[in-house]
Design a protein around this ligand. Structure first.
Ligand code: NDP
Length: 339
């Protein structure tokens, strides 16, 4: 039985990855920040092929050393742990350093203490492919070979730039470490755009969801007269992102590849239209906005091309309708169960 090490196992995306790995009968060792988080995940999974190690802070020197040393059976590692929030006070301290140093610590521990680990998958982002500004610029073109070349100075100017910078710096560092002498693993990265979809477990449906899903959640919490930002960007389903992480180590042809995970562009209005069309029970309780403006909203965005990733993975990515319907349905089911 192949054993897989997953950092940040209690995160939104990581829980889906761990759930999928456990279902596929891999042995999984997940790092979490506390025993309480590890126990909760173990209970949700209800499987004996999951165990956890506690890594309270990924950016501390040697953070992963003991966890890696404790598991000589592990031959695959995935580094997903990294802060995803724009609610910060210090861009450098709150976003850039944990992303960058967390990646350095994870990959350095693997190099030093996990020579048997031959495949490593790093959860990067579309933020490593383009800057927040460039993503919104019609006429620009991006694919698997594109890089966000934001400088450290530009990255500390606001929370969004800091997140984009953090992910770009961390992915660049991953590829540098992978080339170092004495490294026994081959790297693959998964670069998702905005990741939406149901939580892996209903116990994770809380008043505040993870940053990306909160965008959908907000629409059904805000009330009929409530305000929402009409965000625009790429979308992908969390279940497809989990499948990509598994393909990133199971297959030979994903070695040294960046898997750019997007299934097109969304606007918040387009999501709102899907909710209003499919959930009669929410009629009159959520905003209406400007129905039908979705295609126009996204017409100003840069062009993205991930044909190489799609051809490599060979499975159909879930549609925006499926993502929004499944996410909202799960939230409403949990609300009903509490009445
Ligand atoms: P979550 O916030 O749900 O997960 C982040 C994980 O990282 C959590 O397990 C968190 O632990 C852990 N973590 C963060 N900072 C630290 C730290 N300093 N020390 C230890 N652990 C830490 O976010 P997602 O699941 O959405 O994101 C997972 C990865 O995917 C990130 O690398 C993110 O950049 C990337 N990504 C996400 C996208 C999205 O739309 N969701 C899009 C593209 C990329 P804890 O739960 O205890 O806080």
């Amino acid at each position: 039985m192949v054993s897989v090490f997953v950092t940040g196992a209690s995160g939104f995306i990581a829980q889906h990855i761990v759930k999928l790995l456990v279902e596929k009968k891999y042995k999984v060792v997940g790092t979490v920040r506390s025993a309480a988080k590890g126990e909760k995940l173990q209970e949700s999974l209800g499987a004996d092929n999951f165990q956890y190690e506690i890594v309270p802070d990924i950016q501390v020197e040697g953070a992963f050393d003991e966890a890696i040393k404790n598991h000589p059976e592990v031959t695959v590692a995935m580094h997903t742990a990294s802060p995803f929030t724009y609610d910060i006070t210090d861009p450098e301290k709150d976003l850039i350093l944990p992303a960058l140093e967390g990646t350095r610590q994870a990959l350095t521990s693997i190099k030093k203490y996990g020579p048997q680990i031959t495949r490593v998958v790093v959860t990067s982002s579309d933020a490593a492919v383009y800057s927040a500004e460039d993503e919104q610029k019609k006429g620009l073109y991006f694919d698997e070979s594109s890089w966000n070349n934001i400088s450290r100075e530009e990255a500390i100017k606001d929370p969004v730039s800091a997140y984009y910078g953090a992910k770009a710096f961390a992915e660049k560092l991953s590829w540098e470490i992978a080339k170092e002498t004495g490294v026994n693993f081959t790297l693959s990265t998964v670069n998702p755009v905005y990741v939406f979809g149901p939580q892996a477990f209903i116990s994770e449906v809380k008043e505040q969801l993870n940053v990306s899903n909160e965008l959908i959640h907000h629409l059904i919490k805000v009330g009929p007269e409530g305000k929402f930002d009409n965000d625009k960007g790429g979308f992908i389903d969390v279940r497809d992102v989990a499948l990509a992480h598994v393909a990133a180590f199971e297959r030979e042809d994903t070695k040294n590849k960046r898997l750019f995970m997007t299934n097109g562009h969304f606007s918040t209005q387009a999501m709102l239209d899907i909710i209003n069309k499919n959930f009669d029970e929410l009629k009159g309780k959520i905003p209406v906005g400007t129905p039908g403006s979705g295609p126009e909203d996204i017409s100003t965005l840069a062009t993205v091309n991930n044909e190489k990733t799609k051809a490599l993975l060979g499975f159909e990515f879930r549609s925006l309708d499926t993502i929004v319907i499944d996410t909202v349905k799960q939230i409403l089911d949990v609300r009903k169960s509490k009445i």
